[in-house]
Each structure stands twice: as structure tokens, then as C-alpha cells.
Design a protein around this ligand. Structure first.
Ligand code: BES
Ligand code: MN
Ligand code: ZN
Length: 494
């Protein structure tokens, strides 16, 4: 993870500046006077630079070894924080192989500075754990990013730099876990890794193993996990500061691999199902980040973990399971497994939240449906809710975080499609509106008095296309930043 520094002058042999377009002309924007634009623009025009977003050009510098131009697109009087975050991230990604870089990008406030620091830190990522003979050819990501700013000496800027480190550290944990293949990531190893991390942040950990799950009546987690040689777990982490202003529960889908079970998925594309634990990783790492930031918000993180496999002990279509708390579900499709493990965890999270004095909100995060990606594509996630006010707050937080979320309805008329002739509920309903049907299934396990958000991140969790901005190929870490921002917003309210 890169160290984030602040400086008023260029302190690296690599300098990153912005380049944009105004009236069809390239223009360099650095926020510092040391850059001689005229000479540089001649070179940039000569090599056909466009200044478009995600274009990164490296040239030998005059005062530094390298001068790097990151595209800002059309020049605006104020660039949005997310545009700056992405521009910094794109440059950081291209600078692997260098030790450090100084980022001189235009900004007028600490909010924008914060985005630049975050983007630069988030772009300095690589995942090399599984490289063998080719590891030595791999270029290491930046180990220091230095943000050039006139705010360098202010407490707000210093806090923003530290925050960027924390966000990057926890996002990298999420990305690493997503990228780790199921040969090396099981429900148990996920728990052990998180337990090790939690110890660093003073976060409490409880691991409920398969025997305890069976005994406790967690029929969803057991049912989904029973086809696998790698037994399921329910991981629970708690950050509970004195004088907390609010208490939230975050619940993340933790399927370490989703074959579809006896409703076996087609081979083509199944490899992406190693990312089916993205929600679990995001919620647990979000609790760590909130603890590191010492926010006055209590949070429980819950990760129901299972491997959805095919075997003689796998759940059969038509099997009936009993969710924690007593609701029965007819499993018509073992590939609709996420909602089953989440159902157990949602009931448990509410129960534990109630004992702790009540929850101000419960949020589940899941790579729940292919329909999510069909509806919103691979970069926009969905929010469903029983509380418009809470979802409004969340959307504000997501917008500040620079994560794209879009509200989706939970139409009552779709609920009947989940009726089962023999159990309280079936695990699948209408195929049309599949994302919403999944949300309606989860809603059955929510106390109507508790504000609830269901975040379906199926598309955005895993980037199968090309890297862009601060987003690498593979696990993205989506949802973590929005959850942290929500806790920050809640901290600043009385
Ligand atoms: N993990 C998948 C959803 C998914 C698909 C995530 C593609 C990311 C990319 C989930 O468990 C699943 O298989 N859902 C089914 C539900 C259906 C059987 C009702 C789906 O979306 O097809
Ligand atoms: Mn599935
Ligand atoms: Zn799944």
C-alpha cells in the first residue's frame, strides 16, 4: 500500500500534471508555477495527445526524470472530485515501476485534494501473489504518492492524506480477497485472514463454525454450504466505540465460489464466480476502515460464507430449508444461493443489533443477480430499500465517494411470484425483474421498522474488461467507500 504524503513543492523525480482541452486546444493544468507549459504543449501536440480522460502520457522531464500528463477532458472551472480521483488513479496505475510520484493536479479545496490523494493511492495496486516464474518481470506499484498542494500544512489536508491511506489499504484488502482463487480462499481461510486484520484495528471478531451453525439453526448457510468439502462459516466483526451516535449492521454475501450447485452454471464465465464474496469482503473491510478512522459510529459486520458446490450432499432443487428464526424456504434453484445465506445473517444481525440497543440501519451488500448487470451494466450498482430517507442518505454518501449507485424499486406485485405451495417462500420467482425479486426475497427477513438497504453489486464488483481510472482489472472494491462515507456523514450529524 502506498504511503500518501503532502508537499508544497515537487519532491519526486516523477511529476504528474493534468492536461485538458479548452476550445479544441490542449492546456496543461498543474496548480504549480514550476511547469513551463509552452514548451511542453509543443511536445504534447507533436505526439498527438488528446487530453481525454484516461489518457496518460509520459515524457522525459526537464526538472524531473519524468513528467506525466493525465487527461482531464474538457476543462471546467471546477473539476468534479471523481474526475480528479480517476485522473490521479489512471496516472498512478501507469507509473508502476517507479518508487514515488508527485501529483500536481488542479484543486481549489480539501475535498478535491482528498479525491486526488485517494485516486493516486487507489491506482497504486497490483496483485502478484500467484505469479511464479514471471514475478520478477513484474513492476511494483508506486510506494509513495505525494500530493502537491497549498493546503499541505492544514489539519484538514493531513487528515485527508491519512484517510486516503486507510481507504486504499482496506480497498486493497477487498481486491486481494476477490482476486484470490477459490483454491486459496475458503470460508475458513476468509475468516482467518479477517481475524488477523481485525487484530490490527482493535475490532472484535466472532467466527461461528459449521457445527455451531448447524446447532444454531442457520439453515440457509448450512444448506448452501453442505455440498462442499470446505465447510461454511458466519463471520461477525464489531467496532463499538464509546458514545456511538449510531449503530449500523453491514451484511455481505460471502460465496467463496458459486458453481450454481446442482443448477450448475455454464463453464464459460464461471471463473468470475470467485468474486461472489465481494460483498462480504467489502462490509468487513468497511468496518475496519471505520474503526481506523475512529468514527463515533458502532458497526457490526456480518459475512455468511459458503462455497456453492456440486456433490451428493448438495442441496437438491425442491429441498426445504429453515432459515435462522424459523421461516422455511423451498430451494427451487440452488443457484439462487446468495439470498439464502443472507437471510440467516440478516435475521441474526437484527437480533444482535436489538440486544445492543437497536439498529439505525441494516445494509446488505451482495453480488446477488445477473439481472443487476443486465439492468445497470458493469459500473453502476443498485440500491433497494424500505426507507427512502435512508437510501437518500446513502446515495449522497455514494456520490461523495465517487461510486455509482442507482435506486431500484421493490414492486409489491412481484412478491407473489415467490410463493411456494409447500414452504413459507420459494427461493426464486419471476425471471423478469430478477434483481427486484431477489430484493423482495431479502425484504421478507427485514423488520419493517428498521431502515434497510440492499446493494446489488453483481456487475461492478469484478472488472472483467480493461483497467480505467483507479480501477484495476479483477476485484474493484466497490461499496466500501460508500459505506465509509455513510458512516462519516452520520458522524457529522448530531
Ligand atoms: N452470484 C450469482 C449472481 C451473479 C451473476 C453475480 C453474474 C455476478 C455476475 C448468483 O448467485 C446467481 O447465480 N443468481 C442467479 C439467480 C437466479 C437463479 C434467480 C442469476 O442471476 O442468474
Ligand atoms: Mn448463484
Ligand atoms: Zn452467487
Amino acid at each position: 500500500m502506498a504511503k500518501v504524503k503532502l508537499a508544497t513543492k515537487v519532491d519526486s523525480d516523477v511529476l504528474v500534471v493534468g492536461v485538458g482541452i479548452s476550445n479544441s486546444k490542449l492546456q496543461i493544468l498543474s496548480g504549480i508555477s514550476e511547469v513551463d507549459s509552452t514548451a511542453l504543449l509543443i511536445n504534447l501536440n507533436a505526439i498527438g495527445a488528446t487530453g481525454k480522460v484516461d489518457e496518460v502520457i509520459k515524457l522525459p522531464g526537464k526538472t524531473t526524470k519524468l513528467i506525466v500528463f493525465t487527461g482531464l477532458g474538457k476543462i471546467e472551472p471546477n473539476f468534479s472530485p471523481e474526475l480528479l480521483r480517476r485522473a490521479a488513479g489512471a496516472a498512478a496505475r501507469e507509473l508502476a515501476g517507479n518508487k514515488s510520484a508527485a501529483f500536481a493536479l488542479p484543486h481549489k479545496s480539501v475535498v478535491e485534494l482528498s479525491a486526488i490523494a485517494e485516486g493516486a493511492a487507489l491506482g497504486a495496486y497490483s496483485f502478484t501473489q500467484f505469479l511464479g516464474s514471471s514475478k520478477k518481470e513484474q513492476k511494483d506499484p508506486l510506494s509513495t504518492v505525494s500530493v502537491i498542494t497549498k493546503f499541505a500544512d492544514t489539519p484538514a489536508a493531513k487528515a485527508a492524506a491519512r484517510r486516503a491511506e486507510i481507504i486504499a489499504e482496506q480497498t486493497f484488502l477487498v481486491r486481494d480477497l476477490i482476486n484470490t482463487p477459490p483454491s486459496h480462499l475458503t470460508p475458513d481461510s476468509f475468516c482467518l485472514r479477517m481475524k488477523k486484520e481485525a487484530a490490527k484495528y482493535g475490532v472484535k471478531v466472532e467466527i461461528i463454525n459449521d457445527a455451531a451453525l448447524k446447532k444454531g439453526g442457520y439453515g440457509g448457510i448450512i444448506g448452501v454450504g453442505q455440498g462442499s468439502a470446505n465447510p461454511p462459516r458466519l463471520l461477525h466483526v464489531t467496532y463499538s466505540p464509546a458514545k456511538a451516535k449510531k449503530r449500523y449492521a453491514f451484511v455481505g454475501k460471502g460465496i467463496t465460489f458459486d458453481t450454481g450447485g446442482l443448477a450448475l452454471k455454464p463453464a464459460a464465465g464461471m471463473e468470475a464466480m470467485k468474486a461472489d464474496m465481494s460483498g462480504a469482503a467489502a462490509v468487513i473491510a468497511a468496518v475496519f476502515a471505520i474503526a481506523q478512522l475512529k468514527l463515533p459510529i458502532a458497526v457490526d459486520g456480518w459475512a455468511p460464507l459458503a462455497e456453492n458446490m456440486v456433490s451428493d450432499s448438495a442441496t437438491r432443487p425442491s429441498d426445504v430449508i429453515t432459515i435462522y428464526g424459523g421461516k422455511t424456504v423451498e430451494v427451487l434453484n440452488p443457484d439462487a444461493e446468495g439470498r439464502l445465506v443472507l437471510a440467516d445473517a440478516l435475521i441474526k444481525a437484527a437480533q444482535v443489533g436489538k440486544k445492543a440497543g437497536g439498529l439505525d440501519g441494516i445494509i446488505d451488500v451482495a453480488t446477488l443477480t445477473g439481472a443487476q448487470a443486465v439492468a445497470l451494466g458493469s459500473r453502476t450498482s443498485a440500491v433497494m430499500t424500505n426507507d427512502e430517507l435512508f437510501s437518500g442518505q446513502f446515495l449522497t454518501a455514494a456520490n461523495l465517494a465517487g461510486e455509482a449507485f442507482w435506486p431500484m424499486p421493490l414492486p409489491v406485485e412481484l412478491r407473489a411470484s415467490l410463493d411456494s405451495p409447500i414452504a413459507d417462500l420459494a427461493n426464486i420467482g419471476d425471471r423478469m425483474g430478477g434483481m427486484l425479486v431477489a430484493g423482495l426475497f431479502l425484504k421478507e427477513f427485514i423488520d419493517p421498522q428498521t431502515p434497510w438497504l440492499h446493494l446489488d453489486i453483481a456487475g461492478p464488483a469484478y472488472n472483467e474488461k480493461t483497467a480505467h481510472g483507479y480501477t484495476p482489472i479483477g476485484g474493484t472494491g466497490i461499496a466500501l467507500r460508500s459505506l465509509v462515507c455513510l458512516a462519516e456523514l452520520a458522524s457529522s450529524h448530531t
